[in-house]
Design a protein around this ligand. Structure first.
Ligand SMILES: Nc1ncnc2c1ncn2[C@@H]1O[C@H](COP(=O)(O)OP(=O)(O)OP(=O)(O)O)[C@@H](O)[C@H]1O
Ligand SMILES: [Mg+2]
Length: 356
């Protein structure tokens, strides 16, 4: 993506985004790189898959000359008003190009800009995000994913497999020396055969990079490792901390970590040694894995390779262990769900994570 082209997008507002959505029949520029797509090859359905801070995501398909027609998720960027949000999207596209393919990572198909909209075309994960699925399993939720209904009989096993899938995706990212930074249940998507795939690469960074500038930003304080919050240190080991919080989200059917605490208090209590408590229906051995992920000393945390092994062993062992267990008579035992779906928090100065 050429910087000059996106620079023009910086001041634009939502109305352009809406127009661009209606206009899908216009040919744009000649291809700049192998990823750049022709807008006429992108087809949107009426289905909105999800809404993010900067985007809406539609289901659809791409039909390119000489290639097979392919189902896709099309992310259209709506928020052009801040430089930070645009940097984030630009970074996401550039990072996705470098990621290669892995069964547990959402793959980039291509991208395209037209008028004032930016389109990111990705592999489609029909089941949507895991947080929505987890919360749908609570009985008071009006939404139950059809995909989950198909698997309800063994949903406990499926969720353990989801944990293994995500650990494998993270092991792959660690092997190519990238750090995800924002691993949460909302950024894990589920395919139609219930394979978990990591998405949302806007915060990705290369191993070893430290933040050099301070400015205000939004980060996932509740998922971030202590050393990232205190000293801006990011590594595979800080992603391992987030992975522990991700396991806790599965175990609580999508509760907000440290619910009831402001982000400043979260930092204070975690720094003081407090850790998320063992969820009611989660087996001891799985909670022990979470606790290891939250060791204060990053060196004492497991690496993703070990986590894949540990979780696979737990999954195959008898008697069965549970990361979560549906108990229709006891939904009260799941922690309260914060109604706010988004979990990013405005954080002053030093905790900004999306610039190197
Ligand atoms: N490839 C995909 N397949 C299916 N659904 C998707 C896909 N990508 C995104 N979504 C849906 O759209 C939502 C928003 O996408 P995404 O997280 O990438 O946007 P965002 O602008 O980065 O948002 P945020 O910063 O709030 O996470 C996801 O939570 C998910 O529900
Ligand atoms: Mg997201």
């Amino acid at each position: 993506m050429c910087v000059n082209r996106i620079r023009g997008l910086l001041k634009k507002e939502d109305e352009h985004y809406d127009n661009a959505v209606k206009d899908v029949s216009f040919r744009m520029y000649d291809a700049l790189d192998e990823w750049e797509m022709d807008l006429r090859d992108i087809y949107l359905s009426n289905d909105i898959l999800g809404t993010g801070r900067f985007s809406k995501v539609w289901s659809g398909f791409v039909s390119q000359k000489g290639k097979e027609r392919q189902q896709a998720a099309i992310k259209i960027i709506k928020e052009f008003s801040t430089r930070a949000s645009l940097c984030n999207i630009n970074r996401e596209i550039e990072m996705m190009k470098k990621l290669g393919t892995h069964p547990n990572i959402i793959t980039l198909i291509g991208h395209c800009s037209h008028n004032d909209a930016l389109y990111v075309v990705m592999e489609l994960a029909k089941g949507g995000d895991l947080l929505k699925i987890l919360r749908s399993l609570r009985n008071e939720s009006p939404y139950v994913s059809p995909l989950v209904s198909m698997y309800t009989a063994s949903i406990e096993d499926k969720m353990l497999q989801v944990a293994v899938d995500v650990a494998q995706g993270m092991q792959y990212l660690a092997s190519i020396k990238v750090i995800l930074v924002n691993l949460t249940a909302k950024n894990v998507l589920i395919s139609d055969n219930f394979v978990a795939k990591i998405s949302d690469f806007g915060h990705l960074r290369a191993q070893g990079n430290r933040r050099s500038r301070s400015r205000k930003g939004t980060v996932l304080v509740r998922w971030m490792a202590l050393e990232s919050l205190l000293n801006h240190i990011y590594s595979e080991q800080s992603d391992v901390w987030s992975f522990g919080v991700f396991l806790w989200e599965i175990a609580t059917l999508g509760a907000l970590p440290y619910n009831g605490y402001q982000w400043q208090q979260v930092l204070e209590i975690v720094n003081g040694g407090f850790r998320l408590q063992q969820p009611t229906h989660c087996s001891d051995n799985i909670y022990q894995i979470m606790i290891k992920c939250w060791e204060e000393n990053p060196e004492q945390r497991p690496v993703f390779e070990e986590l894949v092994q540990l979780l696979t062993n737990v999954k195959n062992a008898e008697p069965k262990s549970y990361i979560m267990k549906l108990d229709p008579t006891d939904y009260d035992s799941y922690a309260d769900v914060e109604t706010e779906y988004h979990t990013y928090e405005e954080v002053e100065a030093d905790f900004m994570s999306d610039s190197d």
